[in-house]
Design a protein around this ligand. Sequence first.
Ligand code: ADP
Ligand code: MG
Length: 689
Amino acid sequence: MDRNTPITALKGVGEKTEKLYEKLDIRTIGDLLCAYPADYDSFGAPVKIGQAGCGEICAVHAAVSGIPNERYVRKLHILNVTVWDGTDSLLLTFFNMPFLKKALKRGSFYIFRGLISSHGTQKQMEQPRIFSLEDYSKMTDRLLPRYSLTRGLTNQAVQKCVRQALSFYVFEPECYGEEMLREYALMGRREALETIHFPTDYDSLIQARKRLVFDEFFSFLFFMRKNKEASDRLPNGHRMLETADTARFLEQLPFPLTDAQRKVWEEIRTDLAGPFCMNRLVQGDVGSGKTIVALLALLMTAANGYQGAMMAPTEVLAMQHFETVQEYIRKYGLVFRPVLLVGSMTAKEKREAYAEIADGRANLIVGTHALIQEKAVYQSLALVVTDEQHRFGVRQRETLARKGEEPHILVMSATPIPRTLAIILYGDLHISVIDQLPAHRLPIKNCVVNTSYRPKAYQFIAREVAAGRQVYVICPQVDAGQEDAEGGAAMENVVDYAEKLKNTLPPSVQVAYLHGKMRPGDKKRIMEEFAAQAIDVLVSTTVIEVGINVPNATVMMVENAERFGLAQLHQLRGRVGRGVHQSYCIFVSGNEKKETMERLEILNKSNDGFLIASEDLKLRGPGELFGIRQSGAFAFRMGDIYSDAPVLKQASRAVDKLLKEDPELERPENAALRQFLSGAARDVDFRSI
Ligand code: ADP
Ligand code: MG
């Protein structure tokens, strides 16, 4: 069994299970082993009920103290029983498990493990798992993996598959030499893969994670540096002259550029007219107004008779950019002849777009990854813009660039990263920073609340909608798929939440939902309706995190805010506060832990994306590296550019050394590394969102 062996080679994985795994993008044994656990359960020693805190998953050792009580609610069988451990009582509830009634005899002792909640002063546990003291003691102090699941696939089933895969897997030889393993204190890759799934203890888990993160960064940086070599200091094959178009456009705009925008635009147009091909990164926090700067560059390109392309990571964002351009053309009569190219267009629409791109009728091409498909052939591509670059693979940007003859490259990112990291991640792109928000923006008002605040929040939402404003509600999950094996704290999901809101808000309020798994056509329709204000409240996953600009939206409510990294919450918050109206952000925490509240409170104190990300790190121990990701920035499977910055720097050093000593990986001692990187190439390329 190796990484390319189909998952069906595992015992117990038939056609049906194969389909389920496919939903999780797992097709081969390699995919399965790289689907690292989302989190781990530690079966800690039982606690006293009196000390068990609400919102925590814990185990208690208690005796059944009451007589089980059963009832039906419609078809649902509900069994209640009280247990007692000398400090307090706990009310247990089981659904559809009538057979337990016999086992839960009064006076019998068990370990009950589950999430503690409370009803008034009565502590409760729903659907706990039950163990004998003996069984439980065998499990304590082990860390068990919790995988991302889909409905129909249980955590136990995935665990079994992974165990099987690990025992039959023929591991590739270690790809780094002894010296390198020692220098960077790296665990062997085989051990790391085994440990990440089934850690023996916490310390080795941290080591395993470090190794795998190192590998991700190493392969990413290797390919990026290789690419960079090819594009260093190219002469400018598309020298552009400044025409009156951009200046006129700027005069007509209803707002002046901020000083920061003006400075960056100056840098860009100097590049376009200068002796070398442009390679520039524009960094600017959400809402700083990057789009207009990109449009100016595209306008200069079109005015010089060339084609420019702008690639966005999601269809929703690409379509929004296209709309913006069309509106500007209508208002200001720009020289753009734009086409849209996205995957969900019909074959006929695509053919027409390709034709216009190929014969040069179109001079501005806006789209998604569709822009880099083979069929897209450009007549005179001179400028390539990638918006929200951190969502792409570097390879994708390169592929687009190869569609022209050394076109200028403009990369836009809202990921706040310090310069030292930006230089590592983006190689030698020149960096421009828009470090200022447009004037006259009212600061967003934030609040961090628990779920009991919801009724008030809904009233507030209803008022804002009545005043003509619009609202986003973010939930972490798409639908009520498989729950965690442990029945962890329930996460809100978009589909059910939208239904709930429809029933709660006044009937005149139009509620709809949006998530990444919807058909592209449906996503498009929903976004258009939201932009046109036919929808008042949009319940969405984080698909709207990047780029979306609906200035009339003034309320952002985030459910299970504790599940998100602060940097990501900051990006989400950036969807409001984009217009003239006062905007509000309501972060609803699904638990009431003090630390969670404190973490979320950071968002109240600052509007500086980078500061927020670094404060977040300070507050979190290494244990929290699992579970929450700092942000969606850079599509690494596990590595996080903020929390793993030291590892990123190490990997960068190691890549530099390799490229100096054996750039083509020809030495025999690098044979295993060569093989590893050729496998990773696929990953670096396509894993990006
Ligand atoms: P981001 O940097 O997050 O991509 P956008 O480019 O989407 O931000 O801009 C956010 C909003 O700010 C848009 O509605 C845009 O029209 C507006 N905007 C951009 N520049 C200015 C400015 N100088 N003054 C006022 N509003 C601006
Ligand atoms: Mg943007």
